[in-house]
Design a binder for this molecule. Structure first.
Ligand code: MOS
Length: 730
C-alpha cells in the first residue's frame, strides 16, 4: 500500500483497542525468565558448543604471530577460528571495521580468535592459551587534539543530508547582534549498556545458515551476514524474537553472530557465542564523543537573528559523524544560520548509533546554550523558546512541519511543573542542606518513514495471526501490533497472535530510530486492509460497506462470524506500507518539553533528581502504557547522560577503560523519586494511516540539558562538559 496523504478516516480511528493502555503481551515471559533469548536456544541447538572470543590487546597495528596450538590441545576444545583459517571475509555494509581481525588490527578488543569447546569454561580457559604477538602502530585517541585535522566528510551527514548548511549571512548577523553567546560544549563517549549481552547461536544445514541472535534489524542483519560470508542472501536466516535491550548497539551484525557462524562451520555442530561483558565496550560500537561550538545572536527583544552550530567527532577511517547539529537546523527560527560537522580520524573502537544518535548529544549542548542565552537576555527560558518557535523548516521555508505542537508542550509543562515558582537567579533556593533548582529543555527527534511489510492470517476459528520480521527490543512491538490487528479485524486481543523476529517472515522496518511503532503497525494495517477485502470478497460484500466488529463482519442486514468467513482453509493477506517522497515534502518531527528539579547538597555536592516531567507531542499514542514506559526509561537514561555516563579513554593505548557495569554507571528508576509523562492529544495525518509517530528516542532528547540547567539554577555554576560530576561544580 502506497500511503497517500492526508490519512483518511479508517478503521483504526475507532480506538476500541488502539490507544488503550494494554500491558505487554510478552511481559510474563520476560519477567518469569522464560522468553527464549539467543544464548538459551537449547530447544533448537541442544548440542551446541560454546565459543569464547579473544580480543586484540592493541588499538592499532599488526599481528606478527598467532599461536593456537596450546589452545587446540586444551581439554574439550573443538576448533579455534582465526582470520588465517576462516576463509575470505568481507566487511558488512554497516560495519566500519572487520569483525575478525588479522593480520591488521583496527581497534582494541577487535576479535582475533574464537575458541570453541564443549563447555563455556573449557572455551574460556583455552582462550587464555592463545598466544598473540603484535607490532603496535601509533594511533590518534584524543578528540581534542585530532579535531585540528578534522575534515568535512564527503558522504555528508551519512543520512542523505549535508555536513554543512548556511542560510543568509551568519557572520555579519552574529557580529551585529546586541546580545551574543559563543560557547563550547563537550559530550563524552558513551556505551549502550543494555542488559542482554550480544549473543548468537548458529547452526549450518549444508550451505544454509541459521542464526538465533539478538538484533534490532533483521533485514539489514541478514544482508550483512550473507555479505560477510560471501553467501547468497537466501541462504541466511536470522531469528531474533526476544531482545534484552539494544539502544542502537544491536542495529548491526556484531562479532558474536559472525563468529558463531564461523565457529559452527569449523566445529561441524551448532555454536553459541556471547560477548562477555568486559569485551563488549571495546569490541562493539559506542556513541562517539563530541565537541560543539554554539553561537547565538539575538535582538534585545529576544528574537534570534543568528544561530551557528559546529560539531566535531571522531571515528575510525571509513567511519562517520555523530550528527550533533541536525536538530539545530530545524528547531528555532533565525534568518542567518550556519551549521557544520567535522570528522576526525580516531583509532578508538568503531563509533556508531546509540539511542537518538546525533540529536541526543546535540541537544545536550544546544539546550544549555539556549538557557545561557535566555539568562543573558533576561527572558524566562520557556518564553525564549516560545518566542523563537517556527512552523516551517527554517532552512527551507517552503517545507512545513506536518505537526508541531512544541509551544503547547512547553506551556502545559510549565503549568503542570509549577515553573512559575522557579527563582531565575541561580543558587538562591535552600531546603535545609540542599540547594534546589529547576531546569527545562526542549526535546526534538525526527519521525522517519520506512517501508514495512506484514502478513495476516484469519483461521477457521476466527483467530488472527500476524507475521512480520519486526523486532521487540523491550519496547512493546508485540503488543501494539496485536492491538492494530485486533482493531482492524474487529476481534478481541485474545484472538490475535503475533510472530516476530524471523527473516523468513515479510521484511519489516525493524526497531531503530524510533520508527518501529509507526511503520511496523502501518505494515500490519496495510496487510489487514487487504485481508478485510479478501473476507468481503469471499462473502460477496462490498468491502467499503463491510463492518468488522465483535468477531463478525456485517453488511446490510447480514452478519457472518469471521470464523465462518475464513472457511476451513483460512484466508491470508500480505502487504507492505510505502511512502514515496512524503518524508521529504513535510518535515516530520516529534517534540517534548522536559522539566527537572534537582537538589545539590551544599556541603558535599551530591546531586539528586527530585522530579521530572515530560510533555510530548508525538502523533497518536498507540498504547499510552508502553509509550510512557519508553519515555520514563529514556528520561532515566538522560539523567545518566547528564551526571554519570562516560567511557574513560586511555589516550596512550587507545581503549575505553571502564568496560563493565561496575565502572560505567547508569541510574535506575529507584534513583528518581518522581517522573511524570503527559502526551498531547495529537494525530498526524501525514505520518501514516496510523497517524502515529515514535517516542522512544524523543524521551531522551533534551533531558541531559534539562538536568544541567536545573543544576545550574541550583548551584550557580555553569558546566559545559558532560558528564556533570561534582568535581566540576563544587
Ligand atoms: Mo536507534 S540508535 O536507531 O536503535
Amino acid at each position: 500500500m502506497k500511503f497517500e496523504t492526508p490519512a483518511a478516516d479508517n478503521p483504526i480511528d475507532q480506538l476500541k483497542i488502539i490507544g488503550q493502555p494494554v500491558s505487554r503481551i510478552d511481559g510474563p515471559l520476560k519477567t518469569t525468565g522464560t522468553a527464549p533469548y539467543a544464548y538459551e536456544r537449547h530447544d533448537v541447538a541442544p548440542n551446541a558448543a560454546h565459543g569464547f572470543v579473544v580480543g586484540a590487546t592493541i588499538a592499532r597495528g599488526r599481528i606478527t604471530a598467532l599461536d593456537t596450538s596450546a589452545a587446540e590441545a586444551a581439554p574439550g576444545v573443538v576448533a579455534v577460528v582465526t582470520a588465517a583459517n576462516a576463509g575470505p571475509l568481507k566487511k558488512g555494509n554497516n560495519n566500519t571495521a572487520l569483525l575478525l581481525a588479522g593480520p591488521e588490527v583496527e581497534h582494541y578488543h577487535q576479535a582475533v580468535a574464537l575458541v570453541v569447546a564443549d563447555t563455556f569454561e573449557q572455551a574460556r580457559a583455552a582462550a587464555a592459551l592463545v598466544k598473540v604477538d603484535y607490532a603496535p602502530a601509533e594511533g590518534a585517541f584524543d578528540l581534542a587534539k585530532a579535531m585540528e585535522g578534522a575534515v568535512r566528510p564527503e558522504k555528508g551527514d551519512g543520512m542523505g543530508g549535508a555536513a554543512d548548511t548556511a542560510v543568509g549571512d551568519f557572520h555579519g548577523a552574529f557580529a551585529a547582534a546586541p546580545v551574543r553567546l559563543d560557547a563550547t560544549y563537550s559530550t563524552p563517549d558513551q556505551t549502550h549498556a543494555m542488559m542482554e549481552p550480544y549473543a548468537s547461536t548458529a547452526a549450518w544445514d549444508g550451505d544454509r545458515l541459521t542464526v538465533w541472535t539478538s538484533n534490532q534489524m533483521i533485514e539489514w542483519g541478514r544482508s550483512d551476514l550473507a555479505r560477510m560470508l560471501g553467501l547468497p542472501k537466501d541462504r541466511v536466516r536470522l531469528i531474533s524474537p526476544y531482545i534484552g535491550g539494544g539502544f542502537g548497539g544491536k542495529l548491526f551484525i556484531r562479532a558474536d553472530a559472525l563468529l558463531a557462524a564461523l565457529g559452527a562451520r569449523a566445529a561441524g555442530r551448532p555454536v553459541k557465542v556471547a560477548l562477555h561483558r568486559p569485551l563488549i565496550v571495546n569490541n562493539t560500537t559506542h556513541r562517539p564523543a563530541t565537541i560543539q561550538r554554539i553561537r547565538i545572536g539575538a535582538g534585545r527583544d529576544g528574537r534570534i537573528t543568528a544561530i551557528g552550530h559546529k560539531s566535531w567527532s571522531g571515528d575510525l577511517p571509513g567511519g562517520g559523524l555523530e550528527t550533533a547539529v541536525n536538530q539545530t537546523r530545524l528547531l528555532y527560527a533565525g534568518a542567518h544560520r550556519l551549521t557544520a560537522m567535522r570528522l576526525a580520524t580516531l583509532h578508538l573502537p568503531e563509533g556508531n548509533a546509540m539511542r537518538a544518535p546525533g540529536e541526543a548529544p546535540g541537544l545536550m549542548a544546544l539546550e544549555i546554550a539556549m538557557d545561557e542565552m535566555a539568562e543573558k537576555l533576561g527572558i524566562d527560558p520557556v518564553e525564549f523558546r516560545v518566542l523563537n518557535d517556527t512552523e516551517r523548516d527554517p532552512e527551507n521555508p517552503d517545507r512545513p512541519f506536518s505537526q508541531r505542537q512544541l509551544v503547547a508542550c512547553l506551556r502545559l509543562g510549565a503549568e503542570r511543573f509549577g515553573w512559575s515558582r522557579r527563582n531565575p537567579k541561580p543558587g538562591q533556593v535552600r531546603d535545609g542542606d540542599w540547594l534546589v533548582g529547576m531546569g527545562m529543555a526542549v526535546g526534538f527527534r525526527n519521525n522517519l518513514l520506512m517501508k514495512s511489510g506484514a502478513r495476516v492470517r484469519l483461521d477457521g476459528e476466527g483467530r488472527v495471526t500476524v507475521e512480520t520480521a519486526m523486532t521487540d527490543i523491550g519496547t512493546g512491538s508485540y503488543t501494539i501490533l496485536a492491538q492494530t490487528a485486533a482493531e482492524m479485524m474487529g476481534v478481541g486481543l485474545d484472538k490475535v497472535r503475533v510472530v516476530l523476529g524471523d527473516s523468513s517472515l515479510p521484511a519489516s522496518c525493524g526497531s531503530g530510530g524510533q520508527w518501529g511503532a509507526n511503520n511496523a503497525t502501518s505494515g500490519v494495517y496495510a496487510a489487514c486492509m487487504k485481508l478485510r477485502e479478501e473476507v468481503a470478497r469471499t462473502l460477496g460484500f462490498n468491502s467499503k460497506e463491510a463492518v468488522f466488529a465483535d468477531g463478525e463482519v456485517r453488511a446490510g442486514n447480514r452478519a457472518v462470524p469471521l470464523a465462518q468467513a475464513a472457511g476451513a482453509d483460512g484466508l491470508t493477506a500480505e502487504d507492505t506500507i510505502e511512502y514515496g517522497d512524503l518524508g521529504k515534502r513535510y518535515q516530520q518531527s516529534t517534540f517534548a518539553g522536559h522539566f527537572v528539579e534537582m537538589a545539590v547538597d551544599a556541603a558535599t555536592g551530591e546531586a539528586r533528581v527530585r522530579r521530572m516531567l515530560a510533555v510530548c507531542a508525538a502523533g497518536r499514542i498507540l498504547n499510552p502504557k508502553t509509550a510512557r514506559s519508553q519515555v520514563i526509561g529514556a528520561m532515566t537514561m538522560g539523567v545518566g547522560a547528564a551526571l554519570f555516563e562516560e567511557l574513560a579513554v586511555d589516550r596512550r593505548h587507545g581503549f575505553f577503560v571502564n568496560h563493565d557495569l561496575a565502572g560505567y554507571e547508569v541510574p535506575v528508576h529507584a534513583d528518581i523519586p518522581h517522573q511524570e509523562v503527559i502526551f498531547l492529544d495529537e494525530t498526524d495525518p501525514m505520518s501514516s494511516p496510523m497517524k502515529a509517530k515514535g517516542v522512544g528516542e524523543l524521551g531522551l532528547c533534551g533531558v541531559g540539558a534539562a538536568v544541567a540547567n536545573a543544576l545550574y539554577n541550583a548551584t550557580g555554576v555553569r558546566v559545559r562538559d558532560y558528564p556533570i560530576t561534582l568535581d566540576k561544580y563544587i
